[in-house]
Design a protein around this ligand. Structure first.
Ligand code: ADP
Length: 554
């Protein structure tokens, strides 16, 4: 604005000076022309009268400093000229002023010299004898006068420029400073130019409106923040150009992202194909969801389009941590497939043998053996189904019995007794040490724990080896250890042996009967009693399982 005012003042000043000079020059020129006309007329009259009386004598004896005098006869022949040799002058019969004077007594004309710098005015007067006296005077043409004015013009313009420059700068500042001083947040209408009052009033109105809207916005944001910040689910709101408008901390934590820029695209928060696909669908107005795998975690992303009327105004994205659900789902799938596989093997044998029996292919003396095989396979299936049932009861916490008081030592003794025949077949000695440890818990589960550990200690033992069971207490904990002198478990498998259906050496394990569920049942049983289980093993030397469970007051 300052610059505009400055430029305007300078332009107006320079233009005004320019036109003033041009107009004055024009006026002066007209004035001088008029003056010369008058001088020529009166000179011509005087000289004509003098020539009428004294003839050529007058002309020759006079000196004409101001004007040029020419005496021309009626045929245009120059009889006398005050500045040139008459004889050398051409015939003047075709000169405008001469012809006019011959016709009407007086005549005038003006002509530019070749260079246009001079203009000559002629005035002619006819004498009584028919000759003509012509008086002329040259003076500067308007162009020459203007050219003459150039230097003063430049000086004046420069002076005007300097003056108006200083003046314009001061003026511009003075005009603009009150405008600059206006506090747009709170414009004072009285202190400003009256011309601006309507505008300022409008600004005040707008300011009030903006303040109201900002307050509403702040309130909505606060509410949104309060609701979303305490959510464990992530929420992101983006516009139709995918620019993130709002989000909660959970969203950034779950995606492991950090919003860096002010206007960030939602795509920058996760570069995976699934996420992009989900967002793209929502922007096209379709509900979409997908599972994102980030590290060990699984997240469900639900993207919904959001409408204002019928117009798509943005998208709302929810992010839920479904790792556990996903793991359970995976486990369920794996479990079903394992169970089917484990059941299929004995069933196939049973089917094959019974098919042979039904078709009478089996010799009568072999019937007993095949019958024994069917019983063994059916037995395997019963063990497997019992293990599965035990596990599912533990999973669902639905063991159909109450806590009872048991003595872990007596329980272990009874189990060792049950297994001693089986151990004796392979010359494995079983011994128990420690003492009575009263414990309150679910008897079937506790039995399952000790039985499975002892059963494994025999199964994975070498012939002639030993199994040592100790039952004791450590502080308020009941401690059961089952140690064997068997094949041991390589370190890399120790973490996995508690998984369902996990068996260390599949080929070896085929010879050693088992379901792969025993240690799962043990782990769940221990956990059911709020305890922990530990496994230490040296391959080729033996394995030791230690179960620690807090003793509940009976
Ligand atoms: P299984 O029915 O195969 O015995 P478990 O769940 O009881 O299933 O055990 C899982 C695996 O852990 C076994 O297949 C075996 O490889 C290993 N294992 C368990 N106990 C012992 C042990 N005392 N000594 C050596 N390996 C063992």
């Amino acid at each position: 604005m300052t610059q505009r005012i400055f430029k305007s003042i300078i332009t107006v000043s320079v233009t005004a000076v320019f036109f003033t000079i041009v107009i004055i020059t024009l006026f002066l020129n007209r004035y001088f022309t008029g003056q010369v006309d008058e001088v020529l007329k009166s000179e011509a009259l005087l000289i004509s009268r003098a020539v009428e009386i004294n003839g050529e004598q007058y002309l020759k004896s006079s000196e004409f400093a101001q004007v040029r005098v020419t005496w021309i006869d009626a045929d245009g022949l120059v009889l006398y000229d005050s500045e040139a040799e008459e004889a050398q002058m051409e015939n003047h019969s075709n000169r405008e002023e001469f012809a006019e004077a011959l016709k009407s007594g007086t005549g005038s004309s003006s002509r530019y010299s070749e260079t246009l710098t001079q203009k000559t005015i002629y005035y002619a007067r006819k004498l009584s004898d028919g000759t003509v006296i012509r008086v002329s005077k040259a003076y500067m043409s308007i162009w020459a006068q203007l050219a003459e004015m150039i230097l003063p013009f430049i000086i004046i313009i420069s002076a005007v420029l300097i003056f108006s420059g200083v003046f314009a700068s001061k003026m511009a500042k003075r005009i603009v400073s009150p405008v600059n001083m206006i506090d747009l947040n709170n414009p004072d209408i009285d202190d400003s130019y009256p011309e601006l009052s309507t505008l300022l009033q409008k600004i005040r109105g707008q300011n009030r409106k903006i303040a109201r809207q900002m307050e509403q916005l702040r309130y909505s944001r606060e509410q949104f923040g309060l609701i979303t910040e305490n959510m464990s689910e992530g929420i992101i709101i983006a516009d139709t150009n995918t620019i993130v408008l709002s989000y909660n901390n959970a969203a950034m934590e779950l995606l492991g992202a950090e919003p860096t820029e002010e206007r960030q695209s939602i795509y920058a928060l996760n570069r995976s194909e699934e996420f992009r696909f989900c967002i793209q669908n929502a922007i096209r107005g379709k509900h979409a969801d997908c599972i994102l795998k980030i590290g060990e975690k699984a997240y469900q992303v639900i993207a919904n389009p959001s409408y204002t009327g019928v117009q798509l105004s943005g998208i709302v994205v929810f992010i839920l941590d479904v790792t556990e659900k996903q793991q359970l789902e995976d486990m369920r799938r794996e479990f079903t497939s394992n169970v089917s596989h484990e059941l299929k093997t004995p069933l196939t044998s049973i089917y094959g043998i019974s098919d042979m029996l039904a078709n009478g292919i089996v010799k009568p003396e072999d019937v007993q053996k095949f019958g024994g095989d069917i019983r063994n396979e059916a037995g395997r299936m019963i063990i497997l189904i019992n293990d599965i049932l035990s596990l599912s009861r533990l999973d669902e916490n639905s063991v159909a019995e109450d806590d009872v008081n048991v003595d872990l030592y007596s329980m272990a003794q009874e189990i060792i007794g049950r297994l001693s025949y089986y151990a004796g077949e392979r010359n494995i000695t079983m011994n128990i040490s420690g003492g009575s440890v009263p414990f309150r818990g679910r008897a079937t589960i506790l039995e399952g724990i000790i039985y499975n550990l002892c059963d494994n200690a025999i199964k994975y033992n070498r012939d002639g080896g030993s199994v040592s069971v100790t039952i004791g207490k450590n502080g308020n904990n009941a401690v059961i250890t089952v140690e064997d002198t068997g094949i041991g478990i390589p370190a890399q498998h120790i973490d996995r042996i508690f998984e369902r259906f996990y068996r260390v050496d599949k080929s070896h394990s085929r010879k050693i009967k088992g379901t792969g569920l025993g240690l799962s049942i043990v782990k769940h049983g221990v956990r059911y009693h709020n305890g922990t289980i530990q496994c230490e093993s040296s391959p080729g030397e033996g394995t030791k399982f230690t179960v620690t469970m807090p003793v509940k007051a009976g």
